[in-house]
Design a protein around this ligand. Structure first.
Ligand SMILES: [Zn+2]
Length: 78
């Protein structure tokens, strides 16, 4: 998977689009998308930058806060 950008070696993030079958991988530095085969798809538009901002923030939050107590809480039910 294209987890790292070939151009800047930065981390790519999978972005899901309703019109695409598979998620596209975004490099925030190079501002472009590749597909799952690491092939260039297109540039990241300014409109998408705004729209994706909150999504990306949530995604990164999920990673950094990986130790959420969700699983523990579930076992405590009943
Ligand atoms: Zn890059």
């Amino acid at each position: 998977m294209p987890l790292l950008c070939k151009e800047c070696n930065g981390r790519r993030f999978p972005i899901a689009f309703s019109e695409e079958r598979d998620a596209l991988w975004l490099c925030e530095k190079c501002k472009n998308f590749v597909n799952i085969k690491d092939e260039f798809i297109r540039e990241w538009t300014e409109k998408e930058m705004e729209e994706s901002k909150s999504k990306l923030e949530n995604f990164q939050k999920d990673i950094t806060e990986g130790k959420t107590p969700e699983i523990k809480r579930r076992s405590g039910v009943n």
